[in-house]
Design a protein around this ligand. Structure first.
Ligand SMILES: [Zn+2]
Length: 452
């Protein structure tokens, strides 16, 4: 073990192969039980890897980089690509090379080389842009967790990165971080689909705004007015923190038996539109924190009525998922827009919660037919029931502990969560009955939804 820890199996190159010798014949190669494969860490730092202050020479056919395995004809100033055997001429500034004066990339010991590229199409001086999109249709406590995670994330961003903030519930609020005297918010209706140009116009970043603005392209920002919404992290951290402190859950009244009116689709398309004000290719990403299904406006995936379940795979097969096609179309359009802008969307949505984990990993698998059959055969047929009872009891005790403070219409509150979605689980009915019992214990009526 200690020997293993001391050696550096990846070596200077950061490559680990399944075999350390190359098969020389077809027969040898066919005898390899484990295929030849390599895991590579491409930008692994190593003190012995030299950094060259110029761009690599590339093969004109396959773009492979000049390397010690290339055959070089010093007289003709030609190198032959070891991958595609293309003959490549050395450029002018390599004319002084000879077999006694070779560039570093041809040194046999330099099998790995870092190139530090001069400013050009591959280098970027543009600051990264992050637009955070926060769902406020969640319970107070969840919002609290999301807010503190956001603050932590913003604190860890590079100082020069530009930050924007959008919150949404039934409506979308785009926060103007550049206006620090008081909080200034642009509100959008969650039910209305907006094009990128409409978003820019309404934020004052449209063609009209562009003409009256200073008109100087700064960093990756094609539209100068966008600096109202995207501020360097170092400048807006305080403002953003106090804004988050004040931000509450969505106050839109939700009639009983309804899901929260959550316009995730519009919120994401507005964030994408906002990023549309940045030059294409700016390193920008939208970070969406979403607490449930989209129910309002374009991109909705389920009705607001809680008695309509979210579509299942069966519904898709039977074409009985009325929201599905429209939602897919909407999100595909959004994806296309982001791709054309060269921007990224990260969506953090309904993580597998602990309660669902208890059912899916600590209760259900322990009583699959296979397990029970095995116990019946290896231990005793009578032990099967004892086994099942023991594990259900143990799992439910853990569930009870976890859920007793969160009960609402569903297992973990008034929103459907994953634990409510285990239809294939043989425990479903007992689980629902169980959640129901907890709800009654907490003095809340539920019943119908639970049994569905
Ligand atoms: Zn080549």
């Amino acid at each position: 073990m200690s020997e293993m820890a001391q050696t550096d199996p990846e070596g200077i190159d950061g490559v680990r192969m399944t075999w350390n010798a190359w098969p020389r014949t077809k027969v040898e190669s066919s005898k390899c039980v484990i295929p030849i494969a390599a895991s590579i860490s491409p930008i692994r730092p190593h003190p012995d890897v030299p950094t060259l202050p110029y761009s690599p020479l590339r093969c004109k056919t396959c773009s492979a980089v000049l390397n010690p395995f290339s055959r070089v004809d010093f007289a003709a100033l030609i190198w032959i690509c070891p991958f595609c055997f293309q003959r490549n001429h050395f450029p002018h500034h390599y004319s002084a090379i000879s077999d006694t004066n070779v560039p570093a990339e041809l040194y046999p010991q330099y099998t790995s080389i870092d190139y530090s590229l001069p400013a050009g199409p591959y280098s970027t001086s543009q600051p990264p842009v992050f637009v955070f999109v926060l769902d406020t249709c969640v319970i107070e406590e969840e919002l609290g967790f999301a807010k503190s995670a956001l603050k932590q994330a913003i604190g860890l961003l590079p100082d020069n990165s530009l930050v924007g903030f959008v919150s949404f519930g039934t409506q979308v609020q785009v926060h103007e971080l550049g206006f620090s005297d008081m909080s200034k918010v642009y509100v959008f209706r969650g039910s209305k689909e907006l094009s990128k140009d409409q978003v820019l116009d309404q934020l004052g970043l449209g063609l009209a705004g562009r003409r009256t603005g200073p008109g100087i392209q700064k960093g990756g920002l094609a539209v100068s007015g966008v600096t109202k919404f995207l501020l360097p992290a170092s400048e807006c951290e305080y403002m953003l923190n106090s804004l988050l402190d004040e931000l509450g859950t969505d106050q839109w009244p939700v009639p009983p038996g309804n899901r929260a009116f959550r316009c995730t689709g519009v919120a994401l398309s507005i964030a994408a539109g906002l990023l549309g004000a940045c030059s294409a290719g700016t390193p920008a990403r939208i970070v969406g924190l979403v607490g449930g299904p989209c129910t309002e406006g374009p991109g909705a995936i389920v009705s607001k009525d809680m008695s309509d379940p979210v579509r299942s795979h069966k519904d898709l097969d039977k074409d009985a998922a009325p929201y599905f096609k429209k939602a897919v179309q909407f999100y595909e359009e959004l994806a296309k827009q982001l791709v054309s802008q060269g921007h990224v969307l990260d969506l953090f949505a309904s993580a597998l919660d602990q309660a669902a984990n208890i059912v899916s990993s600590s209760i259900q698998p322990l009583q699959n037919i296979g397990v029970l059959k095995y116990i019946g055969e290896k231990v005793h047929p009578d032990e099967k029931l004892v086994w099942v009872q023991y594990h259900i009891g143990k799992g439910f005790a853990a569930l009870e502990k976890l859920l007793k403070d969160y009960a609402g219409k569903y297992a973990t509150g008034d929103e459907v969560c994953l634990v409510c979605f285990f239809p294939s689980c043989s425990l479903c009915s007992s689980l629902y009955a169980y959640c129901d019992a907890i709800n009654r214990q907490n003095g809340r009526m539920s019943g119908t939804e639970m049994v569905e």
